[in-house]
Write a protein of this length. Structure first.
Length: 501
């Protein structure tokens, strides 16, 4: 093979040496070169230049040291729209003292890696709770009273659940006492967590590209929640400043991602399209059919246009996806086109097409507790949509609560929270929604992801709530696609090993 008339490689086909000697300047002797972490915008500049020149990465990094990365990103990323450049610089960012509600908004990214504070391994009874900026005066007092009642019930349910588990599950001789206590505590927290609510505080750590962080900032700034909008401003400020934590305190520091911070404006398109679609739905959709929906429903859309129209309308209604899809299938192409035009009417050159236009072969429509959603929404290889939190779909009660004699404490705290929530103005009222409250969520995916979620989340180590949902996902797939459903090796929820985690 030759480049510019030169032989690039001298290799004998029968040579046993797996590392041939190269004589072209494009291919140095060492083929794997590691690079230490760099400031995200410097990393993006270096790797972008690396792809556009014949130089070694060493030369590209040396170039970046003496040239302005901000000027490069201004031109190529923001002016010319070479968006993939921003995927080459990554950040480590942590959010502390935020609400569980805000945490789920942070994690709602398809290209995201991170961890949040676990409700299985930490006691939230003394954690207090976040006060929504939207609430004040008497409303804030009502919120506090309901929140305190939920945390008090959480502590009581955790105590009696732990006592009952210890009675039912004596320690095996081969298990160390400390491991035994940790396992029982985790299972008791699984039961008590139904009484936690969106307002309890948590921490989230994430590793994300500066392209994803820019999308986060734009999305946060357009949120219906004041806390999330504030986080958008704080995240932009943090990107414009030097990192708060340094591995080497003596190292020279510089702003994290200052160019990104200057350009991350609110996502007005997402905000306006949601408002426009909601108004269209109110004016054009017939009255709700009112048929009860199963906890897990599976639809395989065959009409792509109807599928997209139904998905666009799903988050702005309270209707099951199946109902919306069947409605859209019965419309004319002109009616569906009207939905598309309403959704895209506010789109600008910088806006990606809405997630509602994405999808998968299968659509799982869930009516599940938000604690389970909190765990399942971290799966990245699917498109996820949620309807507005309303508190009108009731709540789930773990069997162990009743068996431990704590049903009265549990139900009283839940009822008080729902009554208070319905008296408070939205969206601040949403912070009182307990993890046990049901809400509606749509997950669209291919078969591989359905198999993965069903197999992983049905395992005996998991929380019993999403274990049941994962098993139902498999069952629905078996009904719809028998040839494929049989391939899912999910664990039935009645198979238990409570001392494993």
């Amino acid at each position: 093979m030759g480049i510019n008339g030169e032989d690039s490689v001298r290799v004998d086909a029968l040579d046993s040496d797996p590392h041939p000697v190269y004589d072209n300047f494009l291919t140095p002797t060492k083929r794997v070169i590691t690079v230490a972490p760099m400031p995200p915008e410097k990393s993006a500049y270096a790797l972008a230049r690396y792809s556009r020149s014949p130089d070694s990465i060493r030369d590209s990094i040396a170039w970046v040291r003496s040239h302005d990365s901000q000027k490069f990103l201004e031109s190529f990323y923001f002016q010319y729209g070479h968006a993939s450049i921003a995927d080459l610089g990554h950040t480590v960012i942590c959010f502390e003292g935020i609400s569980e509600l805000a945490a789920t908004e942070i994690e709602a990214e398809p290209l995201w890696d991170g961890q949040a504070k676990s409700s299985r391994y930490q006691d939230f009874s003394r954690a207090g709770f976040i006060h929504p900026p939207e609430l004040e005066g008497a409303g804030l007092e009502a919120y506090r009273a309901a929140g305190e009642a939920l945390l008090a019930a959480y502590g009581e349910v955790n105590r009696v659940a732990l006592d009952l588990l210890a009675e039912r599950l004596p320690r095996p001789e081969e298990m160390k006492p400390e491991a035994y206590r940790r396992n029982l505590a985790a299972r008791a927290f699984d039961v008590a967590r139904y009484l936690l609510f969106w307002g309890v505080p948590t921490n989230v750590g994430q590793v994300a590209s500066i392209r994803t962080v820019e999308k986060q900032i734009r999305r946060f700034k357009a949120s219906e929640y004041a806390e999330v909008r504030q986080l958008g401003e704080e995240l932009a400020q943090a990107c414009a400043a030097e990192p708060d934590c340094q591995w080497d305190p003596q190292a020279v520091s510089e702003p994290l991602a200052p160019t990104l911070a200057r350009h991350a404006e609110p996502d007005e398109h997402a905000l306006r399209s949601r408002s426009d679609l909601k108004r269209w739905a109110e004016q054009n959709l017939p009255s709700v059919a009112g048929a009860p929906a199963p906890r897990v429903d599976l639809v395989k859309p065959v009409d792509t246009a109807a599928d997209i129209a139904a998905t666009l309308l799903y988050p702005v209604t309270t209707r099951p996806f199946r109902e919306l899809y069947e409605l859209a299938r019965g419309w004319s192409s002109a009616q569906r086109a009207e939905v598309f035009d309403v959704a895209l009417g506010s789109r600008t050159r910088r806006d990606e097409i809405l997630a509602g236009f994405r999808g998968g072969l299968y659509a799982y429509d869930f009516v599940i507790d938000i604690g389970a959603y909190r765990d399942l929404q971290r799966h990245r290889r699917c498109q996820k949509f949620r309807q507005a939190y309303c508190g009108n779909l009731g709540f789930d009660t773990p069997a162990l609560v009743t068996e431990a004699g704590a049903a009265g404490v549990f139900t009283t705290a839940m009822d008080q929270a729902f009554r208070a929530m319905h008296r408070l103005p939205a969206p601040g009222a949403h912070y009182l929604l307990p993890f046990g409250a049901r809400s509606r969520f749509l997950f669209k995916m291919d078969f591989a992801e359905a198999e993965y979620i069903s197999r992983l989340r049905s395992g005996v180590k998991g929380h019993f709530s999403y274990r049941e949902i994962a098993w139902e996902m498999k069952c629905r797939m078996e009904q719809l696609e028998p040839e494929l459903g049989r391939l899912i090796e999910a664990t039935p929820p009645w198979v238990e090993d409570p001392l494993r985690r």
